[in-house]
Design a binder for this molecule. Structure first.
Ligand SMILES: Cc1cc2nc3c(=O)[nH]c(=O)nc-3n(C[C@H](O)[C@H](O)[C@H](O)COP(=O)(O)O)c2cc1C
Length: 322
């Protein structure tokens, strides 16, 4: 539970390519405030569970955190393959992805694409209902191409009796753009027999507090891009040194984990800045993007981190300029 006025669990949403075990362990060690982390989805490719996905959730790489792995599948046999592998690792909670909007996935009737096909969701849930010793949860959108498709999906939850249903109130077709459909979220919240979690555009503790105030029956809130942008958003006293420490842990973690040499490491570190500290001044961000060696990258990142207070409060900083 959190140290401020937040009286329900705060969950870290999965962000493929961002919130991997290195990021999660660094966030946990330096900042915390997260009650449980959701791992980016794992999937079956060429008939087997992707090794990279399994590595990411190995218990020894996630020590000390509460981690809930997530599976993305349309075919029941693929889902069961992943559930089996996770059971062998000792997991007893697994999240089911019915939310991914990425067209190559959704157009193959996976993720949010499944929301337009209740028959497929039903078949998937029926196969999972027979699994013993696993508590499932669901992360979903309100629909794929219509904002009321959840109405056909919600009754199917009875099949798996989920621990909770986390809802991002957009359709898959909207991807990450456009208005959050609060009306549909409220209708879903009122209709659900299962605990509901709100997920979407929570960027500050105040955002979270307002959401809890507005929806007192929420089981938890889930924070994605807000936490990726500011991994210290849940703690009131994060210092610039904490952000340097967090960044050092990412550099060390990816140096150990990526064996593709310096160029690959630099590219990966540069990618972090697509979501991390989005208020970073343009010229500092450009220097990070232009770096070619690890030394150049480290110098550019150090300059950006020296300016972390400005990056976290871009508006305030602008106002101070004459
Ligand atoms: C780059 C990126 C990767 C994502 N990967 C996943 C994922 O693996 N599984 C999932 O359920 N949602 C994924 N999401 C969706 C987020 O978990 C979350 O639902 C969405 O960003 C809305 O919440 P937010 O406004 O707090 O970010 C991803 C989103 C982004 C932007």
């Amino acid at each position: 539970m959190n140290s401020n006025d937040i009286n329900i669990p705060v969950l870290a949403a999965p962000l493929q390519g961002v919130t991997d075990n290195v990021w999660r362990m660094a966030q946990h060690e330096v900042f915390g405030g997260v009650d449980a982390y959701y791992a980016p989805f794992m999937r079956v490719e060429h008939g087997e569970v992707r090794r990279k996905d399994l590595r990411d959730v190995e218990p020894e790489r996630n020590a000390g955190t509460t981690l809930i792995p997530q599976i993305l599948a349309c075919q029941p046999e693929h889902a069961l393959m992943m559930v089996d592998a996770l059971k062998q690792m000792g997991y007893s909670r697994i999240d089911i992805n019915l939310g991914c909007p990425f067209p190559p996935i959704a157009l193959h009737r996976k993720g949010s694409g499944m929301l337009a096909h209740p028959d497929l969701v039903e078949a998937l849930f029926k196969s999972l209902a027979s699994v013993e010793d696993i508590k499932f949860s669901v992360k979903m959108r309100i629909g794929w191409d219509r904002n009321d498709q959840w109405r056909d999906i919600l009754p199917l939850m009875d099949i798996i009796k989920p621990e909770h249903v986390a809802v991002h109130p957009r359709t898959g077709k909207q991807q990450y753009k456009g208005e959050l459909d609060i009306e549909q979220f409220e209708a879903l919240l009122a209709a659900s027999a299962w605990p509901v979690i709100y997920n979407g555009s929570l960027h500050t503790v105040e955002d979270i507090e307002q959401t809890i105030h507005r929806y007192p029956t929420l089981a938890a809130v889930m924070v994605g891009s807000g936490l990726a942008a500011n991994p210290g958003m849940l703690v009131p006293d994060a210092t610039p040194d904490d952000y340097r420490h967090f960044h050092d842990l990412l550099v060390d973690g990816y140096t150990d984990q990526l064996n593709g040499g310096e160029a690959q490491l630099v590219r990966h570190l540069q990618d972090i800045w697509q979501t991390f500290l989005p208020g970073t001044a343009h010229k500092l961000f450009k220097a990070i993007r232009k770096s070619r060696t690890l030394d150049q990258y480290q110098n550019a990142a150090a300059a950006a981190l020296d300016d972390v207070t400005a990056a976290l409060n871009p508006q305030e900083e602008e106002n101070e300029e004459p």
